[in-house]
Design a binder for this molecule. Structure first.
Ligand SMILES: Nc1nc2c(ncn2[C@@H]2O[C@H](COP(=O)(O)OP(=O)(O)OP(=O)(O)O)[C@@H](O)[C@H]2O)c(=O)[nH]1
Length: 373
């Protein structure tokens, strides 16, 4: 193959002032001074700074390729003292490494198409150490403006290659960088997950008492009611209010009031099953949902809670309990009945539990309410 008419400029000398265009399958270089300066700068940057080793060989004839330029990365790999420009490709690399490269250059010229292949072999590095290597090679045919193939561009991707050191800082190994990156991503993911959990908690809980907030409690209560309706299960809703709570605030201060709220909440949470739901409905009012619990069971829980509170804190509470009826469609219906009974408990002297009468209780209770004392 003749080099007549070739006007390619080796890229390690200059790409400025030339033109670079990609034709259908090969890279066409034209160096007539019409090169877009941005394209020239870009190609120059790739050539100088990409970690991939690159070289340009001039096609002198079949199986005859002369190295015309190597980029800094390729030069560093070969050893800076070694001059390879002007040498035959076959002479530069030991056999069979060199034979493989030359054979693929021939294939690239014959096909007029880029050739990509993978190779393994041994080479002696710049310190004289024999090394086993594996790399991927891309060979791109370069034609002059008449369409004549004159050069080949070789790009070697060596998975073990580090990028050229561009400053005075030592470059950590890729593997270490990768591990560091993975560690940081993991740390950040954990931080985000923790922040997410915290946000979810804040959005669903009352920060003073650590029980559910009103909105979340009502959502959960709706679900429980629907489940009870679907499976025809009993369900009770308890509404609890601290007696004379205002006077705790007024006489002992709001901190004492806050502490009283926390005490009631903690005692309630500690006493109930995991499946029961406790939420602050507002002020000093709490709602407790007792799934799969009938009125007798709910009353027993309420009595236990009242006794516990009096033991641990001298606080008394009034409680209204509603139980699910067959025609209940929404949780509001139970809340409304429990609220009504709670008002009854307050009106009837406080420190009381008011609930619908069952047949068995009707015999024991004469006035419809059970004083705790
Ligand atoms: N410390 C404190 N007080 C609150 C909080 N939320 C509401 N309160 C107060 O709770 C009091 C509610 O009192 P009520 O339930 O109306 O009256 P009470 O004194 O408990 O009387 P009875 O319920 O009839 O026994 C008001 O004084 C509110 O200001 C809170 O988060 N912390």
């Amino acid at each position: 193959m003749s080099m007549q008419g070739c006007r390619a400029i080796p890229m390690n000398r200059s790409v400025q002032g030339g033109a670079s265009m990609v034709s259908s399958n090969s890279l066409t270089l034209e160096f007539s001074g019409r090169l877009d300066s941005h394209a020239g700068t870009l190609i120059r940057s790739f050539w100088d700074f990409l970690p991939e080793q690159m070289f340009i060989v001039r096609i002198e004839g079949r199986e005859n390729f002369v190295i015309e330029a190597v980029n800094p990365s390729q030069q560093a790999k070969l050893g800076n003292g070694l001059t390879c420009v002007g040498k035959h490709l076959a002479h530069l690399l030991p056999s069979p490494l060199g034979d493989g490269v030359v054979a693929n250059c021939v294939r690239c010229v014959d096909e007029g198409m880029p050739v990509r292949y993978e190779a393994t072999g041994c080479y002696v590095d710049k310190e004289g150490v024999r090394r086993q290597c594996r790399w991927q090679m891309l060979l791109v045919p370069i034609a002059n403006h008449q369409g004549l193939l004159t050069h080949l561009l070789g790009i070697v991707h060596d998975p073990n290659t580090q990028p050229p050191n561009m400053g005075s800082y030592p470059q950590p190994r890729f593997q270490e960088l990768e591990l560091e990156l993975e560690r940081r991503v993991l740390d950040r993911t954990n931080e985000l997950m923790a922040a997410n959990l915290q946000l979810t908690y804040l959005a669903t809980h009352d920060c003073l008492t650590e029980t559910y907030n009103r909105r979340h409690l009502l959502d959960l209560a709706d679900n429980e009611l629907n489940r009870a309706i679907r499976y025809e299960l009993p369900l009770c809703l308890m509404m609890l209010d601290i007696d004379y709570f205002k006077s705790i605030n007024d006489e002992q201060g709001h901190m004492a009031g806050d502490q009283a709220l926390r005490t009631v909440a903690q005692a309630t949470l500690a006493m109930l099953r995991d499946c029961d739901l406790v939420g602050r409905y507002g002020g000093d009012e709490f709602i407790i949902i007792l799934p799969e619990t009938d009125i007798e069971g709910a009353r027993a829980i309420a009595e236990r809670l009242c006794h516990t509170l009096q033991e641990v804190s001298q606080l008394s509470v009034s409680i209204g309990i509603a139980t699910r009826r067959h025609d209940d469609q929404t949780i509001d219906e139970l809340i409304s009945r429990a609220d009504y009974l709670l008002l009854d408990a307050k009106r009837n002297g406080r420190n009381r539990i008011e609930c619908p009468l069952t047949a068995s209780r009707r015999n024991e209770i004469t006035k419809g309410s059970v004083p705790l004392r």
